[in-house]
Design a protein around this ligand. Structure first.
Ligand code: ATP
Length: 362
């Protein structure tokens, strides 16, 4: 193989100009996306942004109104789910309630005509992979906990030996602690199986932990696709930025002398050039609370704002302060060790460096 082809895994699924309408309503539009073989790709977006609609087309449960979906270069727009080498791990786990864990997992093998002994051996192997104890083989699946059923569903999906596994919010109904464990396990499982995972969630936190790449959807469009680091460190707009976490946003305008002036708070600001390289007259400066500092005497920063602390919250390892700057409220997060003593009503100077903020066009 030539050097280039070894750089990126080749696309397994390609979406070109995908659009889906329901009557006059456009649920998904303009989607171009290459899913790379073996990657863990997560689609995130708020409720109603089109994630499920997109997934249904990828899984073959729906046909695009426009555009092409190809798998290994072959058009599959109209290929039904059971004729695709893909498998959906349902949100509402579609397990057989009256059957045992083992029977549930072995079901796809039974359909394929695999004999009983081989089915059992493979089911036990899959149970090991998803970390279900062997003793669960004969346990009724309804007597399993939510997290265990999740594993059964996963093992059953793997029994189909699909090339691509789709996950539609599989962890949404699971308590926080177990969810954190399952996220890490799913990531391990992805590595162990080497299969392509396409995962849907409205939780960016979940996406960040597990994914090789994240696609962010808004109102039917894929607004950014990138590694967790790119989504966090180089969001394309305020929507993506705010989706990642809390932010401080200031609107600024360019004055006649070329300087940036605050619109909602007075002041002259120093901005990093926007990543797009565009020449702007207006922009938004976005600073994450963890990059906003409270300046001590003699401490400098590219940008400064005076304010008054009027609230503080414990976030566990960090403390968040709400600081009133004119009519705006700015958020600052400090690690517990750097917390302000007696912060309320305290006059503070906020500061941040241009390189720690995003300059965004919209
Ligand atoms: P959630 O996180 O709430 O599941 P989502 O991002 O998965 O949301 P979709 O379920 O894809 O969003 O829905 C996108 C939009 O398309 C919504 O406004 C929804 O009401 C609409 N929609 C989805 N399916 C249909 C349908 N069969 N007929 C009409 N409208 C639909």
């Amino acid at each position: 193989a030539d050097a280039l082809s070894t750089e990126l895994p080749k696309p397994i699924l390609q979406l070109v100009g995908i659009r889906k309408t329901f009557g006059a309503f456009t649920a998904v539009e303009n989607i171009d996306l290459d899913v790379r073989e073996g990657e863990f790709l997560t689609i995130v977006g708020p409720s109603g942004s089109g994630k499920t609609t997109l997934l249904r087309m990828l899984a073959g449960m729906d046909t695009p109104s426009e555009g092409n979906i190809t798998l290994h270069g072959k058009l599959i727009n109209d290929v039904p789910p059971n004729k695709r080498p893909t498998c959906l791990v349902f949100q509402s786990l579609a397990l057989f309630p009256h059957k045992s864990v083992g029977e549930n997992i072995a079901f796809p093998l039974k359909v394929k005509g695999v004999d009983a002994a081989a089915r059992k051996a493979r089911a036990l192997e899959l149970m090991r992979i998803v970390r279900l104890p062997e003793s669960y083989f004969d346990k009724n699946v309804m007597k399993c906990s939510g997290g265990e059923r999740q594993r059964v569903a996963l093992a059953r999906a793997l029994a189909y030996d699909p090339e691509v596994l789709f996950f539609d919010e599989p962890l949404s109904a699971i308590d926080y602690k177990l969810k954190k464990t399952l996220e890490k396990e799913l990531k391990d499982l992805h590595r162990e199986t080497g299969k392509t995972f396409i995962y849907i969630t409205h939780s960016l936190e979940e996406a960040m932990v597990m994914s090789d790449r994240i696609g962010v959807m808004r109102a039917g469009r894929l607004v950014q696709v990138g590694t967790p680091e790119e989504i966090y460190g180089a969001p394309v707009d305020r929507f993506v930025c705010e989706f990642v976490g809390e932010v401080n946003t200031l609107k600024v305008k360019r004055a006649a002398d070329g300087s940036w002036q605050g619109v909602d708070v007075p002041g002259t600001f120093t901005l990093a050039p926007p990543r797009s390289g565009a020449v702007l007259d207006e922009a938004f400066v976005v600073v994450r609370p963890e990059f906003m500092r409270i300046l001590g005497p003699g401490e400098s920063a590219d940008n400064r704002l005076g304010g008054v602390v009027y609230n503080e919250y414990s976030l566990g390892s960090r403390i968040q302060y709400q600081v009133r700057v004119g009519a705006k409220v700015m958020l600052v997060e400090l690690s517990r060790g750097r917390a302000l003593p007696a912060s309320l009503d305290r006059q503070v100077t906020l500061g941040w460096d241009a390189a720690d903020a995003f300059t965004l066009e919209s």
